[in-house]
Design a protein around this ligand. Structure first.
Ligand code: ATP
Length: 537
């Protein structure tokens, strides 16, 4: 039975260095699969894993039975074959490759030793994913103390990593840059016995597949090369409720805040992730949500200082201090109710428990990224919802998603806005009202603008956020450039979405300065001259 194309969505590639015949295995398990279910109706031991490892899976991770993808992948990897694991997000791919690795290392005639160096390498695209995989590995290796897990990643202390590598790490998890660094500079890093390489989120590394002989292709016989890109076919968890909301540019901020308020009032104990296109945009919205007070009633205004959102708000992006990044990641994992504002650094592989809703406030660009972002919710059969913000001029993006089999229903925005009460207004507002003229939106927008203008630090964050947002918007490529066209946007409205009353000239100056700097850099390095950047004056 072949690994179904319709199950694609996220990838891990496992390469067995010893196996001469480079084949990518497909399902060879004797498990009876249950359609439309996440779990297989077989046991871990029936897949061929050693009993002590099955005990660890149960005792340390609480895994009683394998998921479908685990039931399909484990026997193939145990057989020593190459594997491309390509399944929907949140279906248990991590253990699908870790368990057979541990099994193999347990199986050596004489116990492996630290002085043997590294046997298996797991490459991951982000620091957070590195920590996540390491934590799982640590738990699974609890009783197999002679198999040593370890990680190297950007932001960590190099000397300490060198020392750990010198002692020996049997299964090494690494981010690519830091791994390269150690390969070049750490002479004591021993990898002569390296037998397995796992590329977690393989499509991210630009890994490619080449059919050995296309005429004989049967999904079982494929080989890695740099010629043909891995085909991507998306399957999103069926229980995920996917919606989009059409919002005029100038009202985006007020609508985002209103939807968040609605979500956290509807359910006070839940986790939500909002994706932004830039680090500056994350910083701006994080500060805003952490400080913004709002009252629609003049009477309570005098007496009660009310936070607009009553939930804990975290931020995560690549420009943060390493330790902040690390602690945020851990904190959001353990919180029962919280909001995380993030760039795409959180889009892939991260397994935050109990995330109920994903909001894509800034568009993800490629459909693949859409799938990864929404994959942070509705994991392992749990419920979840996602919401994609689109401006009216961007609505063609829905067709782009549909081409990949992803279709979204419209979010009932007016209904949600109508439910907010404003002092001095009737609760019921005409159904046909435009979003940007809705009394609640107008009132909130006014309060946001007053708030920003009264706080110089916020004002500065808003300007920076605006600038980087425009730059990111101009960076769309290929087909998407036709949909996300900066020329179609009113930059004054974009400024409004950062609660800036006007598009200030300062923004233009700093933007132009950066633009000139970038052009100089591109000229010096012989990079493309064609890239268009919006003029902001
Ligand atoms: N057999 C199992 N029984 C119970 N829970 C499991 C099992 N396998 C995995 N899980 C849990 O399912 C969740 C998703 O697993 P994992 O992160 O490995 O998914 P993934 O397919 O790698 O996701 P992504 O596509 O986002 O990278 C995790 O919380 C993990 O602990």
């Amino acid at each position: 039975m072949g690994m179904k194309k319709s199950e694609k969505g996220s990838k891990k590639v496992m390469e067995n260095k010893k196996n001469e015949k480079k084949d990518v295995g497909s399902a060879a398990s004797n498990a009876t699969m249950e359609n439309d279910s996440v779990f297989a109706s077989c046991s871990f031991s029936s897949l061929g894993l050693r009993p002590s490892l099955c005990d660890e899976l149960r005792e340390k991770l609480g895994f009683e039975v394998p998921t479908l993808v685990q039931a399909q992948a484990i026997p193939i990897i145990l057989a020593g074959r190459h594997a491309l694991i390509n399944a929907a997000t949140g279906t248990g791919k991590t253990v699908a490759y870790l368990a057979p690795l541990i099994h193999h290392l347990q199986n050596y005639d004489t116990c492996i030793q630290r002085s043997d160096g590294t046997f298996a390498l797991v490459l991951v695209p982000t620091r957070e994913l590195c920590l996540q995989v390491y934590e799982i590995l640590q738990k699974l290796l609890h009783r197999f103390h002679w198999i040593v897990p370890g990680y190297v990643m950007g932001g960590e202390n190099r000397s300490k990593e060198k020392a750990r590598l010198r002692k020996g790490i049997s299964i090494l998890i690494a981010t690519p840059g830091r791994l390269l660094d150690h390969l070049k500079n750490t002479s004591s890093f021993l990898y002569t016995k390296l037998r397995w390489i796992i590329f977690d989120e393989a499509d991210r590394y630009g890994l490619h597949l080449l059919i050995i002989d296309p005429s004989e292709f049967d999904e079982d016989e494929v080989k890695y090369s740099s010629k043909i890109p891995i085909a991507v076919d998306y399957k999103i968890p069926t229980q995920l409720i996917q919606r989009y909301v059409k919002v005029p540019c100038g009202s985006r901020l007020a609508v985002l805040l209103s939807i968040l308020k609605h979500l956290f009032e509807r359910d006070t104990s839940q986790k939500v992730v909002v994706f932004f296109s830039t680090c500056d945009a994350v910083d701006f919205h994080h500060s805003l949500l952490s400080e913004f007070h709002f009252s629609t009633d003049p009477q309570t205004k005098e007496r009660v200082i009310q936070m607009f959102l009553g939930c804990q708000t975290f931020r995560l992006h690549g420009n943060m201090e390493h330790e902040d990044r690390r602690s945020t990641f851990q904190a959001f994992k353990t919180e029962k109710s919280a909001l995380l504002l993030s760039t795409d650094v959180s889009a892939r592989g991260l397994d935050f428990p109990k995330v109920r809703c994903i909001i894509q406030y800034d568009s993800p660009g490629e459909a693949t990224e859409y799938v990864h972002r929404v994959g942070r919710t509705a994991r392992l059969g749990e419920r979840g919802e996602s919401l994609l913000f689109l401006q009216p001029v961007e609505i063609d993006y829905l067709q782009d998603l549909e081409k990949h089999g992803v279709s979204l229903a419209e979010y009932p925005l007016l209904k949600v806005l109508d439910n907010f009460t404003l002092h001095g207004h009737n609760k019921q507002v005409k159904k046909s009202v435009f979003i940007d003229l809705h009394p609640w939106v107008l009132c909130l927008q006014k309060a946001l603008e007053s708030f920003i203008i009264s706080k110089p630090k916020m004002d500065e964050l808003a300007r920076k956020g605006f600038c980087s947002w425009v730059r990111a918007y101009t960076a769309h490529r290929g087909e998407l450039k036709r949909i996300f066209m900066i020329k179609k946007l009113h930059l004054g409205h974009v400024a409004k979405s950062f609660a800036l009353k006007q598009q200030p000239s300062l923004v233009g100056q700093s933007f132009q300065k950066q633009n000139k700097k970038r052009k100089r850099f591109e000229k010096k390095n012989g990079l493309s001259k064609k890239r268009k950047v919006a003029r902001v004056t």
